[in-house]
Ligand binder design. Structure first.
Ligand SMILES: *Cc1c(COP(=O)(O)O)cnc(C)c1O
Length: 322
């Protein structure tokens, strides 16, 4: 596993902490949290682990401009902009949504890092404009490197293969790992990491916005492609991927009572902050499953915190959360 290109800038290993007061409050099994909201790059988050491999690949290819896209409050775009600044590269972000009156949350940070931002009003136009932005950058000699949404290419997924190895090396072997899944790179890395490092527990992705059947095929295919980076292809089957899409009916980025409850519960019992879009939804799913006795009484459940807290300070969420 040592011959894949990587830039090491994340603060690793991230801490694993017990959440005894949350566990008691829910009358549930032992709950742990892995603090990937503390990966060190510009407020951290799961994209930092992916970017160690994405930036390395970009540099190997001689690229000097990182191009990617996402929502206006994208955590991936914020961390990509920070990584570009750190390596003296340019960054162009294609964000789906209107340019807000005032910059806030992640978008404010994108501008601090000097990223150029292209707003795309219509979501359906996003893919086309992203490709066009990349093509224009290439034609004008800016040597761009294109990252998919969420950094979820096979290269990006490598970050979570190594994260699984890190967890094993910390001697933490929970019965369950629960986290929010969306573009699938985190999920794919964890599932491939499970195979490579013989993690005996179960990995359950709570969907933020995608149907279960899409996640199963997309994640298994990403994981299989990522395995080739280690020299031999490992087939990951659809059925090896556990995903639950019962909590995403409201749609991407919509805060409902369930997300609000999760943020309040984690904050009041443990002083731990969730973000409004991803970890609050994943935690809401976890809370519901705990209440339904989905896990065994003697199980340990690790909630893998993927970051995202700068969105708490986005104007669109402020009032909704209290
Ligand atoms: C991007 C993101 C996720 C989802 O990760 P994917 O690899 O895209 O599935 C979860 N939580 C936060 C905070 C994120 O920014």
């Amino acid at each position: 596993m040592n011959n894949v290109a990587r830039e090491t800038f994340a603060h690793l290993p991230t801490a694993v902490e017990e959440l005894p007061r949350l566990s008691r409050e829910l009358g549930g099994p032992r709950i742990l949290v892995k603090r990937d909201d503390q990966t060190g790059l510009a407020f951290g988050g799961n994209k930092t682990r992916k970017l160690e491999f994405l930036v390395a690949e970009a540099r190997e290819q001689g690229a000097v401009t990182l191009v990617t896209g996402g929502a206006v409050q994208s955590n991936h775009c914020r961390q990509t902009a920070a990584a570009a600044a750190r390596f003296g590269m340019d960054c162009i972000l294609v964000l789906a949504g209107e340019r807000p009156q005032r910059a806030n949350g992640n978008l404010l940070l994108d501008w601090f890092f000097g990223a150029e931002v292209v707003f795309v009003g219509q979501r359906s136009e996003r893919d086309r404009i992203l490709q066009q932005t990349f093509d224009n950058a290439a034609q004008s000699g800016r040597r761009p490197y294109l990252m998919p949404y969420g950094g979820s290419s096979p290269t990006g997924a490598l970050g979570y293969v190594f994260a699984m190895q890190e967890l094993m090396q910390q001697g933490v072997i929970p019965d369950w790992i629960v986290f929010g899944t969306s573009s699938g790179g985190t999920h794919a890395g964890l599932v491939l990491g499970q195979r490579l490092h013989a993690y005996p527990g179960k990995i359950l992705g709570i969907s933020i916005d995608e149907p279960e059947h899409w996640l199963k095929s997309h994640v298994s295919s990403l994981a299989t492609q990522a395995s080739e980076r280690f020299g031999s292809r490992i087939e990951i089957a659809r059925d090896e991927v556990l995903a639950n899409d019962a909590y995403c009916q409201a749609g991407y980025g919509i805060v409902t009572e369930a997300e609000r409850e999760a943020i309040g519960l984690f904050a009041r019992t443990e002083g731990l902050l969730l973000d409004p879009v991803y970890t609050a939804r994943a935690a809401a799913g976890l809370i519901d499953l705990l209440r339904k006795d989905y896990f065994g009484e003697d199980d340990s459940v690790l909630f893998w915190h993927t970051g995202g807290q700068p969105a708490l300070f986005a104007e669109q969420y402020g009032d909704l959360l209290l």
